[in-house]
Design a protein around this ligand. Structure first.
Ligand SMILES: [Fe+2]
Length: 407
């Protein structure tokens, strides 16, 4: 690949964008209502908007695909951190899945720091003839973006400017959704402040957006606040993927996307790659497909697992008890497959996805060095063996901070 220097917002780097973090993640599911019973009711993710794909499904298939409604969910101010889309409907209208019928991941979405980075990144992908599926700006969500698959077909999205939801819990009303784009816009673009002013002047009712409904009573004391569950999801990721072509994936995620290698490990004879976007040990891990057969997983998917961080070790203990009491299936995968992540467990969702619940992730600083193994926390894979409290480590409270109140 051509090594060219780009000045991005005044700083020279090897590509015209810099990924700052994993912004959101999505899966395609068989039964969105069953998934909501898990992700909304049990894990506490909040619906920020719904989307009906029925008009996009070819008429001949409309009676065959089942549910057509998808859900954007959040836990913080980002409009969505996790999306649930109806698999059969999405596969019926999105031609990308013709080539990847087994794909169950919907999107792996990376935040960059400016609209210019998205647009220039789009041009750079085009120049190098790297496949782009679509681009522009979608609502719900308001983010500017383009979508590009990795060599195994996993759809990556680069975005800037996702809608922020504040104290009133309201997403933008549908009447404001007309500012979407099907292609990159001309720059510079007007600010969102000006867009909102225009909407107000046009008489839009800003309070007509979606606001979540809580199904459970708020009976759990979480750090002094009453919540409906004894924990709060405060971050999405990491995502762990299987690929057939390890080297092709490594090249795509490092040279094209610019993720940095935290470490490569060998597990059961297979080399596994851990990549970071910021200071957390890894936002994404790549595993050879051969390992899938060795792990005896509940779902034959190229998504090995995806994570949700909860707010504290206490919340992690309480989340485990809560999910166990709710009859959820909790499994253990080898700890070696999650270097840098402290105590964690996996709960199985209705489709069979492994959802990794944890609270602590090793943070990597300016010199790019991971901890030496003897500095890493030792713990049992079984939550039944975990102590009631643990000593702090140097980076236990470091990394991305959850903003705002827990509810
Ligand atoms: Fe997205």
């Amino acid at each position: 690949m051509e090594k060219k220097v780009f000045t991005v917002d005044g700083v020279e780097i090897n590509r015209p964008f810099q990924i700052n973090r994993l912004g959101h993640f999505g899966i395609n599911v068989i039964d969105p209502q069953a998934s909501l019973a898990f992700y909304e009711k049990l894990l506490g993710l909040e619906i920020s908007d719904k989307i009906d794909f029925s008009q996009r499904v070819p008429q001949s298939l409309q009676k065959l695909v089942g549910p057509t409604e998808g859900y954007f969910t959040r836990f913080g101010t980002d409009h969505h951190s996790f999306v649930l889309f109806p698999k059969r409907a999405v596969h019926a209208f999105n031609m990308h899945y013709v080539d990847y019928p087994q794909l169950s991941m919907n999107q792996l979405t990376w935040q960059v720091g400016s609209l210019e980075q998205v647009i220039n990144g789009h041009h750079w992908f085009e120049e190098q003839r790297i496949k782009i599926l679509r681009s522009g700006r979608d609502l719900p969500g308001s983010n500017w973006h383009f979508y590009a698959p990795d060599p195994a077909g996993h759809i990556n999205e680069l975005y800037y400017g996702i809608e922020q939801i504040g104290w009133d819990g309201l997403s933008k009303p549908k009447t404001m959704h007309a500012v979407s784009y099907q292609q990159p816009p001309e720059l510079p673009h007007i600010s969102e402040f000006t867009e909102v002013n225009r909407a107000l002047k046009a008489g839009h009712h800003l309070q007509d957006g979606w606001r979540r409904q809580e199904q459970l009573k708020e009976t759990y004391n979480v750090g002094g606040t009453l919540l409906a569950r004894p924990f709060k999801v405060t971050k999405v990721g990491p995502v762990h993927l299987f690929v057939e072509d390890y080297e092709a994936a490594k090249s795509f995620y490092t040279e094209v996307m610019g993720l940095r290698i935290s470490e490569e490990i060998v597990y059961d004879g297979q080399t596994c790659l851990f990549l970071r976007a910021n200071t957390e040990h890894h936002s994404l891990a790549i595993f050879p497909m051969a390992l899938q057969k060795q792990l005896n997983l509940p779902l034959q998917s190229s998504t090995l697992s995806f994570g949700f961080r909860v707010g504290s070790y206490q919340q992690l203990l309480d989340a485990y008890q809560f999910l166990k009491e709710q009859g959820q299936i909790i499994v253990q995968l080898p700890i070696e497959l999650s270097p840098g992540i402290g105590h964690h467990f996996y709960v199985i969702d209705p489709d069979g996805f492994c959802v990794q619940i944890y609270f602590e992730m090793e943070q990597i600083g300016w010199d790019g060095r991971t901890k030496t193994p003897h500095l890493r926390r030792e713990f049992s894979a079984s939550p039944e063996d975990w102590p009631l409290s643990i000593p702090a480590q140097s980076d236990t409270f470091d990394g991305e901070v959850f903003m705002g109140p827990l509810n």
